[in-house]
Each structure stands twice: as C-alpha cells, then as structure tokens.
Design a protein around this ligand. Structure first.
Ligand SMILES: [Zn+2]
Length: 428
C-alpha cells in the first residue's frame, strides 16, 4: 500500500524530458483467459507510448541533440519493457490492482499495490506522474479507525485502501457473576453492581484510548461496531470531540463478527459519509462564492486562490478537463493561454489537463480534494470550485505582486523538498 511520504515523493517528481511513466493496472473481471487479454492490452499500450515518444524525439531532432534523444528513447524503452514484463507476471493476481511510476533516465522506479477499483488499465507518459487515480482512491480521509466493543473487550482496526488491519485489542476480565454470592439478596445485588461498574470502567478506558488516538492523529475518523445495548453504555463515556469524529456505527457481536463483515460494513459507512461530506462541501462552497465569502468558482479564480495558499477544499467535476499554461520559470499556472508569464515574464508552455497539473500543488498544500459526480450546480459554474480557509486580499485588490511572491515560494518549496500535508492523500 502507498504511504503519504510516497505520494508526496511522486507529486514532487518532474522529468524535463517528459519521460515519466505512470502505469495503472486494473485486472479484468476473472474469467477464462482474462490474464491473456490483460497482457495484450498492456503490450498495446506500451507500443503506443513508445511510438508517441519516438515521434516526439524525432520531431525535435537537431544534429547535436540526436545522441541525447537516442539515449532518452532507449531509457524509455527499458521502462516500457520492464512494465510489460511486470504486467505479464501479474496475471492470475486478479485480487489486486497495481501502479508503477518509472523514469529510468533518473533512476526512478516505484511500485505499489492498490485495491482493484481503478477505472481501467492505463499507461501515460509526461513530465509529472499521473496521480488522479491515486487521489480518487484515497478519498478525503487519510486514515480511518474501526472499533469493536462489548462489555469487557475491544478490538481496533485501521481501514485504508480496502485493507483492514488489526492494531490493538483490550480485554478487561469481568469478575465472575455470582462468585462469593453468599446469601442471595444483598450480596447478589452487590456483585451485579460490581459487574456493571467494571463494564463502565472498561468503556471509559476505551473512550480515553480513542480520544488519545484521535489527538495523536493515529486516525482522523472512526466507525463503531457493537450491540445496541452496549452503545447506550458506551456513548456517555465518549468525549464530545470523539463523538464528533464518529462516522457511523453498525450492529456487531465482537466475538463472532468476521473480518470480511467488518470491512464491508465500515466501507459502506465510509462511502455514505463521504457522499454527505462532499455534497455539504459543494453546497457550502457555492453558497460562500455567491456571497463573495470564502468560496470561489471557475478555473481562473481557483488557480489564483491555490497560488495564494487560500484553498482548504477543492472540488472538481469527475470528468473535469481544461487547458491552461504553465510558466517554465516560476511554475505559475494561468487559465489564459498567454505566451509569456504575467508574473516573471518567461515563456509558458501548454498544459493539456490542468486538473492533473494542479494535483502536485494540492498534495503539497494540505488541500482536501473531492471529485464530484454529476452535480448540476457545480457544472453551472464551470465544474471547478474551492472553499477557502481565509481570504488573503480584499475583493478588487488583485495584485500581481502577491501572486509572484507565492509563486516564488512554491518554487523554493519545490527545490528544498518541502511538502505540505494533504488530507486526502495521507497514509501509513
Ligand atoms: Zn513565471
């Protein structure tokens, strides 16, 4: 599974020769000979990528660059061969998807397993790695705790990218009911009270543990599985902050529930809560934008807000595609297809998919990201919008200088390898 650090590393990567390969492998639904079709598809994709690169290098050929281009082509071919071999070895491994990020000219090769929920197998070559499938899979919550409790036990799991891992377990043995009952009556009642008290202590202990885990950032949200009767005893012990981070609960008997059931229930609750969170974010952003508050819509204003570091939550239509230009000097992105950078005056180059080009920024700057599916309101305002954490300038005081400052900071950050925290892509 991919970690937060690995995603940051991928977001930082850039190959000036545009020979950075991103390969996503989504196994076909298991059926006869599916692996053979997978292998044929990957070979076709590799051939297409090779053809694309060769035509690019021959078109930019001059006498002096011939040898350099030949080297680049060979390095790229080595990556493609390795990807084809890897895809061949993946056959029969239908349970897992895979991603590979490669650029042998810079000695870069990273592989990671993914849950098989990609939109398809694809191979792309560009200056930066293609990170949208990863951003989509990771969703907007970095880590999720799943907790099971009963009166004297608790089990805690992590759920991440479809994988459930057990972290912790508690067992607080109860005094045996009836032990030393003596005469029924006073002593019996006493024993029952003691059992109830021990259960309360246990719930209190688990609640404290959860508060601690949330404060330390072990997970950001959690899901609970327990019996209804236990919930009524556990709930009063939860700190308000812990209750607020609870995404939902499901009925489960700790001693008998299977891992598969826990995973399925937790994923369902998570998906539901994501949908709610996403529609809330869309409503809030558009409302704020209408009132000239902490919301902006449209590519130009969103890019501007990103450069100023104002964006808290970014919303993009699921199939949003738009062109922009990127400055080869300071990295400024501009929605107007200008030939020279309005910030530093250097040349710009065309960015075919701006939604992809902003991902490295989003990853570096603690921005929550949602890909919004079929929202008519968002569609009306251009399928891109952002909720701001603050507004750094008064309306109308649109100074180029401030953009320049931020753009400089961005490039400095890139050089120094400084990375922001991206909620959506955090990891283990
Ligand atoms: Zn510039």
């Amino acid at each position: 599974m991919i970690t937060r650090e690995q995603v940051h590393e991928l977001a930082q990567f850039e190959d000036p020769a545009a020979c950075a390969f991103s390969f996503y492998f989504q196994p076909m639904t298991p059926r006869n000979k599916a692996h053979k079709e997978d292998a044929i598809l990957v070979k076709d994709l590799a051939r297409e990528a090779q053809r694309q690169l060769e035509s690019k290098f021959t078109s930019t050929n001059t006498n002096t660059s011939t040898n350099i281009n030949k080297d680049k082509c060979e390095a790229a071919r080595a990556d493609l061969d390795r990807i084809v071999r890897l895809a061949h070895d993946l056959r029969g491994n239908g349970a897992r998807a895979k991603a590979v990020f490669a650029c042998s000219a810079q000695g870069f090769w990273r592989e990671c397993d993914l849950p098989p929920q990609l939109s398809g197998t694809q191979l792309l070559v560009n200056r930066h790695f293609h990170l949208k499938p990863i951003a989509q899979l990771l969703g907007a919550f970095p880590s999720l705790g799943v907790v099971l409790v009963d009166r004297h036990r608790a089990r805690m799991f992590d759920l991440r990218l479809g994988e459930l891992n057990e972290r912790e377990g508690f067992f607080h043995p109860l005094s045996r009911r009836g032990r030393g009952d003596g005469f029924a009556g006073y002593d019996g009642g006493h024993a029952e009270r003691r059992v109830a008290d021990e259960a309360r202590q246990h719930f209190k202990f688990v609640a404290e543990f959860l508060k601690d885990a949330l404060e330390k950032g072990t997970f950001e949200n959690w899901i609970l599985g327990c019996q209804e009767t236990h919930w009524s005893q556990f709930e009063p012990q939860l700190h308000p902050y812990v209750s607020q981070k609870l995404l939902g609960r499901f009925a489960a008997e700790l001693a008998h529930v299977s891992r598969e059931e826990i995973r399925a229930q937790a994923e369902r609750i998570f998906a539901d809560s994501q949908q709610v969170r996403c529609s809330e974010a869309v409503r809030e952003t558009l409302g704020q934008a209408r009132g000239n508050g902490r919301g902006v819509t449209g590519l130009r204003r969103v890019l501007h807000a990103l450069e100023l570091g104002e964006v808290q939550t970014l919303l993009m239509g699921d199939h949003y595609v738009a062109q922009a230009v990127e400055c080869i000097g300071c990295g400024h992105l501009d929605a107007h297809l200008v030939s020279f950078c309005p910030v530093c005056g250097r040349e710009t180059r065309k960015v075919v998919d701006v939604a992809e080009a902003i991902l490295p920024w989003v990853i570096r700057h603690d921005v929550e990201l949602f890909y919004v599916k079929g929202d008519a309101e968002l569609d009306k305002v251009g399928n891109i919008a952002a909720l701001l954490r603050f507004r750094s300038e008064k309306k109308g005081a649109n100074s180029l200088r401030s953009i320049g400052d931020v753009a400089t900071n961005l490039s400095l950050g890139r050089q120094a390898g400084l990375v922001g925290r991206y909620r959506g892509l955090a990891g283990g």
